[in-house]
Design a binder for this molecule. Structure first.
Ligand code: UDX
Length: 431
């Protein structure tokens, strides 16, 4: 069945949602408030690095099922469904800032069709469904929660092959109407109340962050006792209750969701009278991890970082994205700089336009290729797990560096080979 859908907000979630709903056969109008973005998207130019997204957007545009307009009001007129996909940044006190959600709801309220279903995809605290209902000011429409679990870098794949679809509503008929939109995906459905749906999103990200902090803490223990964390995870992961996913040690977790959602979850619990000490510990372990990576660099160097030249490979918060928000790579670089090091960084997704405004790169010198970053460096630090770093010419790297030391915070490189080539190598959670 084909439905008419409006999507408000064309960030990661909104744009991917709009594009894949059009791919599923629906007629989708996406709205944004930035004129230039709307113009570019209408020409099929996708402003973010996301595998397969540009193709999906072009498919929708060419098929006449996907369009972009300026302003939410223009998009929602005539729509049977409206997806709210606006940002919920972290407020000063750690809680989610709902002002964009509220503002969007106030704006679209008067233009909604009767019986329209407004679907909240933004990550919002428990009770937000009620807030949206109030802001809409309409008693002839429905509000449903439908959290999004897509990962950056595999957003299109995650949307087309979801592990589950969660729908939170007090109205079973409205929930079923939303479920029908995704019928072709044949994914497991969890239809529940709005508060549970909203909690599922936070709890999922908080749990995944807990797994990564656990393995990072475990890596520290492995280093202390002479074990190899990769072997330990292998031995643990065969137990299906544990699994292998999200147990790769690294420089700490980051990105647009984990840091914001873990803090928001702590805050939600606090507001409800519960001290979520476990999750606070998970956040602390993560912050300590950045510092530990700087310690590791200093240890391999055998002296203070003051006046040292560091080559950094990777700036994004993980590979296959150009997103620098809350990137552990940048957090570690800031700590290295804080100890007096000069850093020259290379990242395949940001090297070409490292000067883009607002990208938090202030004070970080960027190189246009990985070798140039290594010139005169006392130590090379691998911070993001870009595959291409594995296949570089390390003899050339050694020739360019002043010292032959590598700290591999992602356990990405072949330690044995590098040692044979004369490098001093330190990974994470292993000898
Ligand atoms: C996350 C959730 O996975 C997704 O379901 C949710 O909807 C949005 O937030 P994303 O922010 O794209 O997705 O990143 P993700 O792949 O989950 O990684 C988060 C961070 O954890 C990254 O910094 C990553 O490098 C780190 N990580 C992940 C590890 O250090 N080790 C792992 O084993 C897995």
């Amino acid at each position: 069945m084909t439905s008419t859908i409006a999507v408000v907000g064309t960030g990661y979630v909104g744009l991917t949602t709009g594009a894949y709903l059009a791919h599923l056969g629906h007629v989708v109008i996406c709205a944004d408030v930035v004129p230039d973005k709307v113009e570019r998207l209408s020409r099929g130019e996708v402003p973010i690095l996301e595998a397969g997204l540009e193709e999906l957007v072009r498919e929708g545009l060419d098929g006449g099922r996907l369009s972009f307009v300026l302003g939410a009001g223009a998009a929602v007129a005539g729509a049977e469904f409206v997806f709210l996909c606006v940002p919920t940044p972290q407020g000063d006190d750690g809680s989610a800032d709902l002002s964009y959600v509220r503002q969007a709801a106030i704006e679209i309220g008067p233009d909604l069709e009767p019986e329209c279903v407004v679907i909240n995809k933004s990550t919002v605290p428990v009770g937000s469904t009620r807030i949206v209902e109030e802001a809409l000011g309409r008693d002839d429409v429905f509000v449903v929660s439908n959290p999004e679990f897509l990962r950056e870098g595999s957003a299109v794949h995650d949307c087309l092959h979801p592990d589950r679809i969660v729908i939170g509503s007090d109205d079973p008929a409205a929930a079923m109407r939303v479920a029908e939109l995704f019928e072709r995906l044949r994914a497991p459905l969890v239809i529940t109340d709005p508060a549970s749906a909203e909690t599922i999103k936070y709890a999922s990200n908080a749990f995944l962050a807990t797994k990564v902090s656990f393995v990072n803490a475990l890596a520290n223990v492995c280093e202390a006792v002479g074990a190899d964390v990769r072997e330990v995870v292998l031995g643990m992961g065969h137990d299906p209750r544990i699994g292998f996913e999200f147990l790769k040690p690294g420089p700490g977790w980051g990105g647009s969701c984990f840091p914001k959602d873990t803090r928001a979850m702590v805050r939600i619990a606090e507001d409800a009278g519960y001290d979520f000490g476990l999750l606070k510990g998970v956040i602390t372990v993560n912050e300590e991890q950045y510092e530990r990576m700087a310690d590791k660099v200093e240890r391999l160097l055998g002296r203070s970082l003051a006046g040292c030249q560091v080559a950094a490979w990777g700036l994004t918060f993980k590979a296959r994205t150009d997103d620098l928000r809350d990137s552990p790579a940048i957090a570690v670089i800031r700590r290295l700089q804080g100890r007096g090091a000069r850093v020259r960084a290379y990242d395949p997704a940001v090297a070409d336009d490292g000067g883009r405004p607002g990208l938090q790169l202030g004070g970080i010198d960027t190189a246009t290729d990985p070798y140039a970053a290594c010139e005169g460096a006392d130590v090379l630090v691998v911070l993001t797990e870009w595959d291409e770093f594995r296949w570089l010419d390390f003899d050339k790297v050694a020739g360019l560096m002043a010292g032959t030391r590598i700290v591999d915070t992602r356990n990405l490189l072949d330690a044995a080979m590098l040692r044979r080539q004369g490098f001093a190598y330190a990974g994470v959670g292993r000898d």
